[in-house]
Ligand binder design. Sequence first.
Ligand code: ADP
Ligand code: GLC
Length: 547
Amino acid sequence: MATDQIVALPTDLQLLSVTSEMFPLVKTGGLGDVAASLPTALRHHGVRTVTILPGYPAVMNALTHRTEVFVFHDMLGYRTTLWEGTAHGRHLYVVDVPELYDREGGPYLGPDGRDWPDNHMRFAVLSRVAACIAQGCLPSWRPDVVMTHDWQAGLVAAYLRYDQLPAPPVAHVIHNMAFQGLFPREVLSRIGLPGHAFTFDGVEFYGKVGYLKAGLQIAGRLITVSPTYAEEIQTEQNGMGLEGLLRSRSADLSGILNGIDLHEWNSLTDPAVIFPYAIGDIAGRRANKRVFQAEFGLPQDSNAMLLGIVSRLTRQKGVDILAEIAPRLFQANIQLAVVGVGDQEIMQSFRTLQLAYPRNLVCHLRYDEILGHRLHSAVDASLVPSRFEPCGLTQLHALRYGSVPIAARVGGLTDTIVDANAAAIEEGVANGILFSPTEPDALYRAIMHGKKLFRQKSVWARLQRNGSLHDVSWHGKAAHYARLLMEMAGRAPVRAFGENDIAPRLSDMGMPFSPSSAFTRTARMPQSRPRNPGLGRTESPRFGAAS
Ligand code: ADP
Ligand code: GLC
């Protein structure tokens, strides 16, 4: 588990990260991974993050060294306790409202698979509390910049704008435009926003309150999780109705690729890997394929190409297309392992296929972190046939563990995979296979192309080696984030220091300089303030619904 081992310096930029997920406490997808690993990576670039999360049971149970730092007697109608503590080495603020968060089920869906009916309040309260911290309600700590993730935190920027109080700038990170947090107009007063926020340049989106829209419209800077997705979302095809807004904000929009935690993803130390092997040791991983085939009842045939997929089973991921072509693949002696959960219909189609092709298909239709790791250490190729993919982490996991990604030419998949076309093979730079469009025949052809290359052992080994050498770390990407955040705070950029250093030298640290107004879009926080988070509890006045 990554912990925050670097000594804090008074010059560190203080970042408040507002998120609805954080691995390993709560995760439905890559957002949870990024919300956990980016802060650790940012520590090496002079950015110190405190993450604020809803008090789901898993979060409350994991919180250690907790201190009650604030009580909001009426936070949009709820008595709300703000805890500060640590969990899995992360510094957290936790918004504790038992009526909203203390329940069985996922962060967004109830046990019946439907959205929680009070999601608008669950994430409004999270955002409202984060906005209060940004405005300085804690005497002990204020952030220099706020980073908000996805629709669940989109309202932070709105609260800060309509309160008209001094507040730090907001960077909104777009992980997925498909989830927009749209609610009826009537929720506006309930979530404590004034009537005049319901406009085209406020939170209104086609007659509804749009939480994502609010973030995109109001945050000072927008960041998407890959450069290609930053381009794609400005088009009608991928902008999900928000392309016009995004085009109008293109000067404030950056695309920064995600990285992964190299300590979590180390096949030599990963407990999920049955036969540990060094990154890049292609021969060393072979035993993992054999034992995986045995473990899951597939014929132990090293010549049979074994494909795998770890994914949410939704239309975004193109898994319905995979199910459609699966019988053709099985006729070609291809094996497939599926680890995923999602749409009932898609899960049912895999169940049916497994009954018909038990010697070719093995399905684990659930969320299974161990198998999600093991699979990439064992399979020959990992499939990512997405219709759209803002970044994608699963292809990064595959590359790192020596499984060749076969992926759709969309979003972050394009930015991380070098297609094995003849020229790239000749040059020795290919690390995977890309196909387009995301349709059954194109996917089938890509897999068959892969099968041909799989038979050419030296070509395939080169793809695997290139993949494992590909930089999937956070190093350069976190530096990019840090530069942007420093710029937003009106600071000079900090030079990165090595991951093995205990602390940076003072000479490595950029000293604050007089801010240029070009860098900030919202009012600047006062410079002199205490830096050590978390001492003592404070009580609040009322944060009631707007009348
Ligand atoms: P998304 O966030 O769109 O779901 P990503 O590829 O960015 O896609 O991240 C998905 C993350 O969730 C990865 O860490 C992946 O390994 C993990 N994951 C997805 N489905 C499962 C599953 N059924 N079991 C274990 N891990 C899963
Ligand atoms: C989203 C996207 C995925 C991305 C992840 C983390 O869930 O679908 O592509 O990798 O967020 O940013």
